[in-house]
Design a protein around this ligand. Structure first.
Ligand SMILES: NC(=O)c1ccc[n+]([C@@H]2O[C@H](COP(=O)([O-])OP(=O)(O)OC[C@H]3O[C@@H](n4cnc5c(N)ncnc54)[C@H](O)[C@@H]3O)[C@@H](O)[C@H]2O)c1
Length: 260
């Protein structure tokens, strides 16, 4: 059985670069028509052009993935341009580092706005459209390993990601009644423009810390997203799939505490 998204229409948020771009690209190469969102108009346009250059069908829809108006605009774009919606992927997420004692309300609200409001209402507005069509559908949220373990200086971010894991479960009964699946991916450290800029040694650090011996690429993460969005995962719903090369399977070596 081969994965195909022929005749299916997908939305991917925050897809101008990084993980979201690779998910949008792979969806399009497997046959989906993609509405590609990014808050940065130029990035959205360039990403769409890259996908089209590889033979994919894609429309760019710039906007804030946390804004209800922009989310509705993405659904409307999918329906107006392609006649339907089958897949919604809430990828956009802000990673905001900062110590707990200094973390201010503005940054906190921004995290809730994009990571939580954006995910919740993309799921809602996409599900309403799929329910209207009377077809099956798939919604994919983006969590993180930071929702499962304590990561230094990521209290508020980790909290949003744990909430996404719970949202993925709590939506199951209401969505399953309409044959709509909901799942999440939880990436571990992944090589993107942003993470490489954050730390010059990002790759070396995470290669060493990951049991599989390498930091994830955006393709590693996108392949999991493709699987969960496809009919091959037709009986999977309410699950968070962690893609971390085994990182969260390990506990901290007790010798770390002796060195403190
Ligand atoms: N990269 C990692 O190591 C990693 C690890 C775990 C989880 N994640 C999660 O994966 C997702 C993608 O991460 P990434 O590192 O590829 O992203 P990124 O930080 O590289 O950003 C990707 C794109 O999102 C856009 N964006 C930012 N705010 C937006 C908004 N409000 N509306 C629309 N677009 C917006 C940016 O312009 C950018 O083009 C996020 O939800 C992130 O939390 C990433």
């Amino acid at each position: 059985m081969q994965i195909t998204f022929d005749d299916q229409v997908a939305i991917v948020t925050g897809a101008g670069e990084g993980i979201g771009f690779e998910i949008a690209r792979q969806l399009a190469l497997y046959g989906a028509k993609v509405v590609l969102n990014d808050v940065d108009k130029d990035k959205a346009r360039t990403a769409k052009e890259q996908i089209e250059a590889e033979g994919g069908i894609c429309i760019d829809r710039a906007g804030d993935a946390g804004s209800l108006d922009d989310i509705q605009g993405m659904v409307d774009t999918a329906v107006n341009a392609f006649g339907r919606l089958d897949i919604a992927i809430a990828n956009a997420g802000i990673t905001s580092y900062g110590g707990f004692f200094d973390f201010d309300q503005k940054r906190f609200q921004q995290l809730l706005h994009v990571n939580l409001q954006g995910s919740f209402f993309l799921a809602q507005k996409a599900a309403l459209q799929i329910r209207r069509q009377g077809s099956t559908g798939s919604i994919l949220l983006t969590s993180s390993v930071t929702g499962q373990q304590a990561h230094h200086n990521l209290a508020a971010y980790g909290m949003t990601k744990a909430a996404i894991d719970m949202l993925t479960k709590t939506l199951v009964p209401e969505l399953a009644a309409h044959r709509i699946r909901i799942n999440a991916i939880a990436p571990g450290a992944t090589l993107t423009g942003r993470t490489l800029q954050l730390d010059k040694n990002f790759e070396g650090l995470w290669n060493a810390a990951t049991p599989m011996g390498k930091t994830a690429t955006t393709s590693d993460i996108a392949q999991a997203a493709i699987f969960l969005s496809s009919s091959m995962a037709g009986h999977i719903t309410g699950q968070t799939l962690t893609i971390d090369g085994g990182f969260t399977a390990l506990c901290v070596d007790p010798s770390v505490y002796q060195k403190r």
